[in-house]
Design a protein around this ligand. Structure first.
Ligand SMILES: Nc1nc2c(c(=O)[nH]1)N[C@H]1C(S)=C(S)[C@@H](COP(=O)(O)OP(=O)(O)OC[C@H]3O[C@@H](n4cnc5c(=O)[nH]c(N)nc54)[C@H](O)[C@@H]3O)O[C@H]1N2
Ligand SMILES: Nc1nc2c(c(=O)[nH]1)N[C@H]1C(S)=C(S)[C@@H](COP(=O)(O)OP(=O)(O)OC[C@H]3O[C@@H](n4cnc5c(=O)[nH]c(N)nc54)[C@H](O)[C@@H]3O)O[C@H]1N2
Ligand SMILES: [Mo]
Length: 828
């Protein structure tokens, strides 16, 4: 069957219901530029989306050397042909006239165009000067979760063994460092236990601080399809906002922001009290149960109800649903990772699964989610605060093994202290010990907390800033050198989604002007710096994406993220494949820990763990005595008061996040007309009760203030919990308002003007979700509406008279489904 659907008005498209344990039917979504017919497409080039961590596989339509559309790949395990609104429309940004086409350097205070040799010479000259005068610790790299595996690996080698600096991290610090930390704390090692296929088999799906509907819309389609099929799952949603997930939940808990640990401790209390635990699993595979049981002994539903401000009866009900599940799937994301006690809370969700034995079986699994499309690769390649291949920086054998792969002396690789985390790298830049910061694929002048501080650090005289991006972003405008990068669709490489599925993305079109793939830029720099291995050969002998991938395979061999069975050839044509993938099992691995816990042994683990409250490191000696046999670790945590609680002066709790139509700082989605029109400007969400109490209404212009700064936006009154405000963080200075040209600026609307410089003790992830704030009326709306979409969590309350969000003719996408009834599936 074929249908045309306005995918702005209907972000999730039509339903293809299927039964529990059934196979998710295919539905192929296609969008082509207006005026282009399908038979005119000259080539379809294989790729996957890089606008979230789902890994939606798609083919890029090419005509006359230009991208003209996209089509979902029916053969792929992740999406079976479906695409979300961003997947369908954001490719248009590649051809934006705002793309950087030549390098820029700062001259007499202004950025001026130059050629590549001049720009690179400047970067190399400053690097050499700093290495001579101040040593490797004066150079830092801040990268992304949006480049390709081959690029991160190259960057990790050049930074760690070329420059020999410890200051290399990704914006994954803001995104999934808590996911990685929680997995290390519980399982001794990073690596996603579950699989998206668990959605097919679960009878209960619990989403903790995860707005799946808007942030991985294709997996939400899968949940919706199951909800309409036979034997549907029950959903438990923990989120202060009335998200689509909350609206479909059997139990929706809307706790006070920052109280996840209290709520989870009560859920664990109820689970243990009713003995809904798997004693055999606990005995065989875990340590620490007694301590956990003791810690949550007094955490009754009534106690948590008071802390979290949710009815005790709902907590009991949620515990019954979770405890009664035959196959429980939980997902966790930023409502946990960017909130108070992030790691402690994420670990309690692992604990719930471990004590219930809900792991390593179809439908029973945990997804400690990723956010960014390639964040998994930043982590596994060691372009974040870890060593490549999940090697333990405190274990000399792991360092020696890495040194062998790179043919360098172990002492070459800095491992005197943990790799420096991003918040600390910026602190060093602020203090002046880091003098050069190379920023690739991220826009910290909008995405880091407390922007006034970030702007001042980046624009300071002392710091030499290199920015590698597609556009002249808010960050690039503060740089000393700007390097124009080629991106998705213009370069080849691989990346891995949140359930370990590796996809290949082939080059479809030429990059604009002189823009170059990030890999080429890093390779060029390494060659100019003349980095050598211990025998005098080039430190980085590879020269293109495929040879970089082959080099990474050697580094991953025998590690948890083993890629040795994969190749570009194997990844072309069919579905993406889940690591670990070895020559013996080239079909990949659906789930980890199917057969017990495999990477927690003291000799094998990636980390010895931390105290969840203070972040203090556990020593190897302590680890060996706690966990000599390498089992999963049940780590308990007590609830602690918020760092910044509402007060008389700042009565609201401000939380921030996303909408379905935009990606981050909108450098791509803001340049796709359908997406931009659906959510063109910032807004402020408030609850009906708070609006009524302050005589505020839809469309009023308000100012939200915190001790750090303020922003202005129009109000949207929703079913949000009272005492809370929500602001999307997508809107920086950059804008394209009609008639004012591509680089018009709108100051004072970024959420991060207000957020706090503070982070989780264990994962070092910043707390974007919990700031205390004021709200003041600037002017009444006078009949205006806020620009917030009506299709999502920002749906207006009763009688607001807001026109429905629609896309019109340019937002139509074709949806092709199979008419045969859904089949019974295998239990993979
Ligand atoms: N459309 C879209 N999709 C994206 C992205 C995007 O920018 N746009 N970005 C991608 C990336 S990098 C990421 S990291 C993911 C993020 O994906 P999500 O984590 O799903 O997105 P957020 O909106 O940041 O936060 C999720 C929810 O956390 C809730 N929350 C806030 N504070 C708390 C709290 O204290 N407790 C609980 N339980 N919940 C709380 C918020 O109400 C919000 O609905 O999305 C990915 N997908
Ligand atoms: N208040 C608040 N702040 C937040 C969050 C929140 O929920 N609330 N979420 C945090 C999270 S989870 C994340 S992931 C971050 C995201 O924050 P950022 O990473 O800063 O956001 P993006 O807009 O994705 O920035 C990516 C940049 O890379 C560029 N780019 C894209 N593709 C390529 C490429 O192939 N090569 C190169 N060189 N550049 C490329 C884009 O043009 C863009 O400028 O924001 C964090 N900040
Ligand atoms: Mo993220």
């Amino acid at each position: 069957m074929e249908e045309s659907v306005d995918r702005i008005a209907e972000p999730w498209g039509g339903r293809t219901p299927y039964p529990r344990h059934g196979a998710w039917p295919t539905r192929v979504d296609t969008h082509l530029a207006r005026g282009v017919a399908e038979h005119e497409v000259q080539r379809w080039v294989q790729s996957a989306s890089i606008l979230h961590s789902d890994g939606d596989a798609m083919d890029i339509a090419v005509k006359d050397g230009r991208m003209v559309g996209v089509r979902g790949r029916a053969v792929d395990r992740v999406n079976r042909g479906r695409l979300g609104p961003k997947d369908l429309f954001a490719w248009q940004a590649n051809a934006s006239p705002d793309r950087l086409t030549r390098p820029l350097i700062r001259q007499d205070g202004r950025l001026v165009e130059t050629d590549w040799p001049t720009a690179m010479d400047r970067v190399v000259a400053r690097s050499r000067e700093l290495l001579d005068e101040r040593g490797p610790g004066s150079i830092g790299f801040y990268t992304s979760g949006q480049l390709f595996l081959e690029e991160y690996y190259t960057l990790a080698v050049l930074a760690r063994a070329g420059i020999r600096t410890n200051h290399l991290d990704g914006n994954t610090r803001l995104c999934t460092s808590t996911a990685a930390e929680a997995l290390k704390e519980s399982f001794g090692c990073d690596g996603q236990p579950g699989s998206y296929d668990d959605i097919d088999h679960a009878d209960v799906i619990a989403l903790f601080g995860h707005n799946l509907a808007e942030t991985q819309p294709v997996q939400w389609m899968r949940v919706l399809d199951r909800l309409e099929g036979a034997d549907p799952p029950r959903l438990v949603c923990v989120d202060p906002r009335p998200t689509q997930v909350a609206r479909h939940a059997t139990v929706h808990l809307a706790p006070r922001v920052g109280t996840n640990v209290a709520l989870l401790n009560a859920l664990l209390h109820e689970t243990i009290r009713h003995d809904r635990v798997d004693h055999a699993y606990i005995e065989a595979h875990t340590v620490g149960f007694e301590e956990l049981a003791a810690r949550v002994k007094d955490c009754t539903a009534e106690w948590a109800a008071a802390v979290c401000d949710v009815p005790a009866r709902l907590i009991v009900e949620a515990a019954e649903v979770l405890g009664g599940a035959d196959r429980l799937l939980s997902t966790v994301l930023q409502g946990v990772y960017q909130s108070h006690q992030a790691t402690a809370a994420a670990v309690q969700i692992n604990n719930l699964h471990l004590i219930r034995g809900m792991l390593g079986r179809p439908g029973a699994g945990v997804l400690q989610m990723n956010g960014q499309p390639t964040a998994q690769n930043t982590r596994e390649c060691g372009a974040n605060g870890d060593l490549p291949g999940f090697r333990n920086w405190e274990n000399d054998e792991h360092v020696a093994d890495l040194a062998e792969v790179w043919n360098v002396e172990p002492a070459t690789i800095p491992h005197y202290a943990p790799p420096t985390h991003a918040m600390q790298i910026f602190r060093y830049a602020e203090q002046g010990s880091v003098r050069m910061l190379w920023i690739s694929g991220t826009n910290p002048a909008v995405s880091l907390p407390e922007l006034a501080r970030i702007r001042s650090i980046l624009s300071g005289e002392r710091l030499f800033v290199v920015v590698q991006d597609l556009f002249l972003t808010e960050t690039a405008q503060l740089a000393d050198v700007v390097l124009p990068a080629a991106t998705w669709g213009e370069k080849t490489g691989t990346f891995t989604n949140a359930d370990r599925t590796v996809h290949l993305s082939d080059k479809a079109v030429e990059p604009p002007g002189e823009a170059r793939p990030d890999l080429d830029i890093f390779l060029d720099y390494a060659a100019r710096m003349d980095f050598r291995d211990k025998d005098g050969g080039p430190l980085i002998p590879w020269h293109d994406p495929e040879s970089a991938f082959e080099a990474w395979k050697r580094c991953s061999a025998g590690r948890p993220c083993d890629y040795t069975g994969l190749s570009y050839g194997l990844l072309r044509g069919g579905s993406g494949i889940q690591w670990p993938c070895t020559k013996d099992d080239p079909s990949g691995t659906p789930r980890l820990y199917t057969d017990g816990i495999s990477w927690a042994h003291p000799d094998r683990c990636e980390a010895y763990g931390k105290d969840l409250v203070t972040g203090a490191s556990t020593s190897v000696v302590e680890y060996r005595s706690l966990n000599p046999d390498g089992k999963a670790m049940l780590k308990a945590a007590e609830f602690l008061p918020l760092h910044e609680a509402p007060s008389q002066d700042y009565p609201f709790q401000l939380t921030t996040g996303r909408t379905v139509y935009h990606f981050h700082t909108r450098t791509k989605t803001g340049r796709a007309p359908q997406l931009n029109a659906a959510a063109p400007d910032v807004w402020v969400e408030i609850s009906e009760a708070d609006a009524a109490a302050r005589d505020l209404a839809e469309g009023d212009l308000v100012e939200v203030g915190s001790p750090r700064g303020s922003l202005r936006g129009r109000l949207r009154v929703t079913g949000l919990r009272r005492g809370t405000l929500f602001v999307p963080f997508h809107y920086g200075y950059w804008d394209t308002p009609a008639g004012s040209g591509p680089n018009a600026t709108v100051p004072g609307r970024a959420a991060n003007e207000t957020t706090i410089t503070d982070w989780d003790a264990a994962s070092k992830q910043p707390l974007f979700k919990t700031a205390a704030a004021t709200l003041t009326l600037v002017e009444k709306g006078g009949g205006q509406h806020s620009p917030a979409p009506t299709t999502t969590a920002s749906r207006p309350g009763r009688d607001a008279g807001v026109p429905a969000t629609q896309g019109g003719p340019d937002a139509l996408a074709r949806q092709t489904t199979d008419d045969r009834p859904a089949r019974e599936g295998g239990r993979r």
